[in-house]
Ligand binder design. Structure first.
Ligand code: PLP
Length: 387
């Protein structure tokens, strides 16, 4: 049997570039102290890497003030800070049915317990939301629009600039969940009319788990919903208002920051467009191969324009979990099955009752051979259902 073929890059990228492992190792051995809290050299140097990484990511998203780049654990953490910090009783928010639970559950929570009203814009049969639908839902009390940039289930990339333009015209803050898109497709906050970007480090930014964050554009204020140590101005009784402290709590995950630093550098060296082009070439081979197999249903995959390299399908008559188990046990292919933390997507594509779908997520280290092997495996599984 061949070595494992990893097609679960939608969950987390694996492996990481060698540079990431090496940089994290040498950084943590040599600079593993708490940054910015004291005046000794090592502490200052550790803090410099953190500030360098803020600058790197600020530039990466085309922000203007590195202090408005705040680190957290991941995008779930960042989205919680945004959603709970921008909405309160009596407010209205707009989101979409393409969201991940990292957006849906905070919104459901606020609707259930805190009197926030939320509308969800549905996507069309190709997997895209219509920017005009947002305009129709704007109210005087709409305080936030939050939209998934790229779907972790069907892979579609939403028309963010157009949605952002409508929000801007009405003065409504606009946040995007860039979990799947950051590092996979270029994100220019200014050109895309985006006010807040929430990102996670461990997917296409090629960093480790446990590090992520958000960039908050000037003029957008997020209330702090937590409080704690910042390492500076300790006598102040309430949590600090100035960024980045406003949205950072306790000792930073500096080893995570170091891995993210190396990951982003690697992505920049390769070029986001080049990574995307290469992965989409593989995605096309995969889509074309899968759609020729009788007994395989693909979802929202007619056109791969405005798409990331995430594809979802089912083998007719087989629950996704079972297909995934066969791929793993018989073919040594790792994929993701189920609802992918995005229950409304599955409700809309009709896969909720059959417990979801199988997802292949292509990463920068996948090869054409991996893809052809995966197609052959799915063909054999589908043929065995028809015997
Ligand atoms: C679209 C989307 N949003 C949010 C998340 C949450 O990312 P994390 O688990 O790193 O917080 C994911 C991860 O699967 C995702 O795909």
């Amino acid at each position: 049997m061949h070595d494992m073929i990893y097609l679960d890059n939608g969950a987390t990228s694996f492996p990481k570039p060698l540079e990431v492992y090496q940089f994290m190792d040498q950084f943590y051995r040599n600079y593993g102290v708490s940054p910015g809290r004291s005046g000794y050299d090592l502490c200052i140097e550790t803090g410099e890497l953190v500030e360098d990484t803020r600058r790197l990511l600020c530039q990466f998203f085309n922000g203007t003030d590195p202090n408005r780049l705040c680190f957290g654990y991941n995008s779930t953490d960042a989205l919680n800070l945004v959603i709970f910090g921008m909405l309160q009783r009596g407010d209205h928010a707009i989101s979409t049915t393409i969201e991940h639970n990292s957006v849906l559950r905070p919104l459901f929570h606020l609707a259930e317990y805190d009197g926030v009203e939320v509308d969800y814009v549905p996507f069309n049969e190709k997997g895209f939301v219509d920017p005009d639908d947002f305009g129709k839902l704007f109210r005087n009390n709409t305080r936030l629009v939050v939209v998934n940039h790229a779907s972790n289930v069907i892979g579609t990339v939403q028309p963010i600039a157009e949605i952002g333009r409508r929000c801007r015209e009405h003065g409504i803050p606009f946040a995007i969940d860039a979990s799947q898109s950051a590092g996979m497709i270029p994100i220019d906050m200014a050109a895309m009319n985006v006010d807040v970007v929430a990102f996670t480090g461990h997917k296409s930014l090629m960093g480790p788990t446990g590090i992520g964050g958000l960039y908050v554009r000037e003029g957008i204020e997020i209330r702090h919903t937590r409080a704690g140590g910042t390492g500076v101005r300790s006598a102040v009784r309430t949590h600090l208002d100035e960024y980045p402290y406003r949205l950072e709590y306790g000792t930073l995950n500096t080893v995570g920051v170091s891995g993210l630093h190396a990951g982003v550098k690697w992505v920049q060296q390769q070029g986001v467009e080049n990574i995307h082009r290469r992965e989409m070439a593989l995605a096309r081979i995969l889509r074309d191969g899968l759609r020729e197999i009788p007994g395989v249903t693909l979802y929202c995959l007619n056109d791969l324009a405005d798409h990331i390299s995430v594809l979802t399908f089912n083998v007719d008559g087989l629950e996704a979990l079972n297909t995934g188990t066969i791929l793993d046990v018989d073919y040594n292919i790792a994929c993701r099955t189920g609802l992918h933390c995005a229950p409304l997507v599955h409700e809309q594509i009709g896969t909720a009752e059959i417990h979801g779908s199988v997802r292949f997520g292509i990463g920068p280290f996948n090869t054409e051979e991996h893809i052809r092997t995966a197609i052959d495996a799915v063909r054999e599984i589908a043929e065995s259902r028809q015997d």
